[in-house]
Write a protein that binds this ligand. Structure first.
Ligand SMILES: C[S@@+](CC[C@H](N)C(=O)[O-])C[C@H]1O[C@@H](n2cnc3c(N)ncnc32)[C@H](O)[C@@H]1O
Length: 267
């Protein structure tokens, strides 16, 4: 059975479809970047934006770092809160728009937007407004880590990312097909209408969920410019994968993502 549905409206399915990541290993690297920039200290408080199931925020909470997850989807927020409870960790969950948000009396040492979530910011004005909101919630010297697709995925002739994969967990199998065909990419706005289909096989029956997701494809120089326009934030490191010293832009074989580390000016 096939249905046009909302993948973000089905958090369990979303979580399974993107569970190829080693979340604990990614959090190790996020902590190492913080320690490198913040005098060896681990972050005291973490905010995950567009958090979905909030796997990274939950991992920080498991490590006794107070963590908050923010997402605009009520279904994702409810799911993140439930996952945290099931895993016995404290997690604050806020339903809000990451473009402009206000969390009273909270400053974070580390803010995250993982897995192309910032691709939901579709134009420069929106990105700048978003960065100003983030900067207002960062402690001086705090970091904002943005993980996005590698620009070669939409500008080069050799994409870095695999677009089909299969995962199985607890008897449920998902076959995921995530494509951004060249004709779905608008070269003027740099927005692509990506297509995702997830074939779910469980308890002997199969169904297919299909969705379309509009994602802005950001380049490194655009992000640098957006940070300058936002003020108080600057890009201080950029990496091609979740490895503490992974290079970006050097053609290293390990490079397949664009992970930018922005820092709020100290003081
Ligand atoms: C690709 S998922 C990423 C989820 C999570 N960051 C991860 O690593 O798995 C994108 C998430 O962004 C959320 N989202 C999209 N636009 C948003 C907005 N303007 N403000 C807050 N959340 C948003 C969606 O509800 C969805 O949960």
């Amino acid at each position: 059975m096939a249905s046009d549905g909302s993948l973000y409206g089905d958090p369990r399915l979303y979580e399974l479809a993107f569970s190829y990541r080693d979340i604990a290993a990614e959090v190790d690297v996020l902590e190492a970047w913080c320690q490198r920039r913040q005098g060896g200290k681990r972050p005291r408080r973490v905010l995950e934006l567009a958090a979905g199931p909030a796997a990274h925020a939950i991992e920080f909470a498991r490590r006794a770092t107070p963590a908050m997850a923010l997402d605009s989807s009520p279904a994702m927020c409810a799911y993140a809160a439930r996952r945290a409870k099931e895993q016995g960790v404290d997690l604050d969950v806020v339903q809000a728009d990451m473009i402009r948000f206000r969390i009273p009396r909270r400053r974070f040492d580390l803010v995250l937007a993982m897995l192309d979530s910032a691709g939901h910011l579709l134009d420069l004005d929106t990105m700048v407004e978003h960065l100003r909101s983030v900067a207002a919630h960062l402690a001086p010297g705090g970091l904002y880590v943005i993980e996005l697709s590698h620009p070669a995925d939409f500008m080069g002739d050799a994409p870095k990312t695999q677009n089909r994969w299969r995962l199985t967990r607890d008897g449920t199998r998902v076959d995921v097909n995530f494509t951004s065909p060249p004709r779905s990419f608008d070269p003027v706005t740099q927005v692509s209408m990506s297509r995702i289909s997830v074939r779910v096989t469980e308890r002997g029956s199969a169904r297919v969920v299909r969705d379309h997701i509009a994602l802005r494809r950001w380049t490194a120089t655009e992000l640098d410019a957006a940070a300058r326009l936002a003020g108080t934030l600057g890009v201080v490191e950029r990496h091609g994968c979740f490895d503490v010293d992974a290079p970006f832009g050097a053609g290293d074989p390990s490079e397949w993502r664009m992970i930018s580390v922005l820092e709020r000016a100290p003081g």
